[in-house]
Design a protein around this ligand. Structure first.
Ligand code: C5P
Length: 228
């Protein structure tokens, strides 16, 4: 039986991958399945928290598991800007916010109202503009005793360099904790297991774990409780 050590906590988790429209039928997206974030939400709910899960496009299984869970309220979003609005709407009253979503760094500058045709176009350039950094905004505007957690998926195979990148990102974004993992063609995304390091204040490596995404979620909540 899970310990109810998050009883009374209000938690916001983002998960999945945002999609940025190009035209009515195409988008820019990423390979996030939403599994790690959904497991973070489920672990929190199982441990007694009231959970709002802001969910961008996720794979069928994690999506269904999140919706089935009685302790999770799912808010569906598509784009990074929709995710920003949905997260900001519930952030103020949250004790902890975990941004596990893969948020598109850029969006298309001018979305075409009609399907873009290749006729007479040998090549094409898409103009992109940067999306708001939701995690950095949350950290900059946080209220009171709020713990803010970010994720960083990096294609950096060297463990020490991965940790250094995580430390720099945690500082830059102002998060309390940053979960780093190596991603690549055969790692991280679309897999049941994950290898992570959790970086805390002063760049301390609070834990390193390889295991199921649910195990990692529970270890992360242990670290959040210890930090809070
Ligand atoms: O900079 P990078 O995209 O690697 O940062 C990843 C972390 O920042 C994740 O926690 C992700 O959810 C969050 N993020 C965000 N808004 C963005 C981009 C990333 O909140 N526009």
């Amino acid at each position: 039986l899970a310990p109810k050590d998050l009883d009374g906590w209000r938690v916001v988790v983002s998960a999945g991958g945002t999609r940025e429209p190009i035209d009515p039928v195409r988008y820019l997206g990423n390979r996030s399945s939403g599994r790690q974030g959904v497991d973070v939400a489920r672990a929190a709910a199982d441990r007694g928290a009231t959970v709002t899960l802001v969910l961008a496009h996720a794979a069928a299984d994690p999506d269904a598991e999140a919706r089935r869970h009685p302790g999770i309220e799912v808010v569906d979003v598509g784009t990074a800007q929709e995710m920003q609005r949905a997260v900001q709407a519930v952030a103020a009253t949250a004790d902890a916010i975990v941004m596990a979503a893969a948020v598109s760094d850029y969006r298309v500058a001018a979305v075409s109202a009609s399907k873009i045709s290749k006729e007479g176009q040998a090549g094409r350039t898409l103009d992109l503009v940067q999306n708001p950094d939701i995690l950095a905004e949350l950290a900059a505007t946080r209220t009171g005793r709020q713990t803010i957690v970010g994720f960083a998926a990096e294609t950096e195979p060297d463990r020490n360099r991965l940790i250094e990148r995580g430390r720099a990102k945690r500082e830059r974004k102002g998060a309390d904790l940053l979960v780093v993992n190596e991603v690549g063609w055969a790692r991280g995304f679309e897999r049941p297991d994950n290898s992570v390091a959790v970086i805390g204040h002063e760049g301390a490596v609070l834990l390193e774990h390889h295991g199921s995404k649910r195990e990692i979620a529970d270890a992360l909540w242990d670290a959040v409780i210890a930090t809070h």
